[in-house]
Write a protein that binds this ligand. Sequence first.
Ligand code: FES
Length: 127
Amino acid sequence: MSQDLAAVAAELAIGQYKWHLLLCADQSKPLCCEKAVGLEAWNYLKSRLKELGLDRGGVAIFRTKANCLRVCQDGPILLVYPGGYWYRNATAEVLERVLQEHLLGGKPVAEFLFATNPLIEQGSASN
Ligand code: FES
């Protein structure tokens, strides 16, 4: 591994994250919601994670802007790992509920959850 890559990983605090959020926003083909709606949600998520100190530290949350999560309706679509929780209509109001109720409170927001897909646990896959 190059020194540069190790430095990038350290700068991004990779290894400290408890959650990873993928949000469909700024799509090249905005199908699940208007482009402006996705961008507004993305900007809200970024600023709230920073405001709440959740971009680093004990409950650190990594965020990724996804071009399309292939659902393409009822967006913005939000995917939360671990657990594989798929949320619909993830506007600022819903994102705030997911942050407070699910990620900090431990209770998924059933009203906006439309699917779950926990990934296979390490060691449980057969060759
Ligand atoms: S455009 Fe958002 S899921 Fe496809």
